[in-house]
Design a protein around this ligand. Structure first.
Ligand code: HEC
Ligand code: HEC
Length: 289
């Protein structure tokens, strides 16, 4: 080894490394820094022994206390289920009406209904149940098939115009042009009449001609004043709330070709308690009847 070399400027020993006359000062790490380093090494060895840490080929080291965050979540979930079970059992037995009057059950049903709605219903009815063209808004107080608890429960359980249920809500508005029941000119007149009963501007002469056509061909389902009829799922035409649209072109299209909204029978897909919770939730949204 070469002789020790002391840097003249700082008075500190150098390491002996030298590059083209540039030398490196031999500044040892401060003690406090080294001790923290040793402490962390000791800590991590202790951690490896106590907690699960090292991956093995098909498992991992479990640690001496056998802690598992997965097991902890499972216990938490089981405890939450146990707490819910009390409520779910009560919900199962209670009638829809009873649930409405028991504020504890009501809140539980509303929370469950809201989350089931987000998972199963929002893709068609919108995340705020506001609806889209052909998919009804469930917030307003206009009901195609009735807004009582029982009516809503039936609609959700059996669905609408689906092929897999005897009890599904069913009805078919004729396609008046396709079926050749009315001529294009008559459809134009009846559409003008629908414009006027829904409070929009229409051609008065045409509406006058459309009125008897409406009475003859439409009133059986939509009511003599266009107030709608839940028995046939026929929407009100006199209130400015539209499922498909109330402008002239859309009216002519609907009357000419008809529509047929379809909804699955949720009773076949979801647990009966969930259907109950959904019923309570939907009823609460629309200021149900
Ligand atoms: C695949 C699309 C779709 C999904 C998903 C869907 N719906 Fe519907 N729903 C419809 C359509 C379409 C109608 C209207 C059918 C008609 O024109 O009569 C409707 C109508 C309804 C009605 C009747 C409204 C009234 O005014 O009488 C209720 C209540 C309803 N849905 C609740 C639900 C609930 C609760 C869910 C979730 C469990 C759900 N819907 C999921 C398509 C859907
Ligand atoms: C057999 C019963 C029936 C008859 C008759 C009928 N409708 Fe309908 N109408 C319905 C049903 C049911 C719907 C809802 C269709 C759906 O949900 O897809 C509907 C929907 C409509 C709509 C769409 C409303 C909206 O909110 O977008 C209009 C407009 C309409 N009918 C006009 C008429 C007119 C005009 C006639 C007569 C020329 C008529 N309907 C005859 C059952 C009927």
């Amino acid at each position: 080894m070469a002789e020790k070399h002391i840097d003249e400027v700082t008075g500190i020993e150098t390491t002996g490394h030298e590059w083209d006359g540039v030398r490196e000062l031999n500044n040892p790490l401060p003690n406090w820094w080294r001790w923290i380093l040793y402490a962390t090494i000791v800590w991590s060895i202790g951690y490896w022994v106590v907690y699960p840490s090292w991956p093995l080929i098909s498992s991992y080291t479990t640690g001496v206390i056998g802690y598992s965050s997965r097991a902890e979540v499972a216990t938490d979930m089981a405890a939450a289920k146990e707490r819910q079970k009390v409520h779910l059992d009560k919900l199962e037995k209670a009638s829809l009406q009873d649930i409405r009057t028991d504020s504890d059950l009501l809140n539980f049903a509303l929370a469950g209904g809201r989350s089931a709605f987000n998972v199963n219903c929002s893709q068609c009815h919108g995340s705020g149940a506001q609806g889209f063209k052909g998919y009804p808004n469930l917030n307003d107080d206009e009901w195609l098939w009735g807004g009582t608890l029982d009516a809503i429960h039936h609609t959700i359980t059996h669905g609408i115009r689906n092929p897999d249920g005897e009890e599904a809500r069913d009805s078919a508005m004729p396609a008046f042009l396709k079926d050749e029941t009315l001529e294009a000119k008559q459809i134009d007149d009846v559409a003008e009449y629908v414009l006027t009963i829904s409070g929009q501007e229409g051609d008065a002469g045409a509406a006058e001609r459309g009125k008897p056509l409406f009475t003859e061909h439409c009133a059986a389902c939509h009511g003599d004043k266009g107030q709608g009829l839940a028995e046939f799922g026929a929407p009100a035409l006199n209130n400015g709330i539209w499922l498909y649209g109330g402008d002239k072109a859309t009216l002519v299209d609907t009357i000419s070709n008809s529509r047929s909204g379809v909804m699955p029978a949720w009773g076949k897909i979801l647990d009966p308690v969930v259907v109950k919770q959904l019923t309570i939730y939907i009823h609460s949204l629309g200021g149900g009847q």
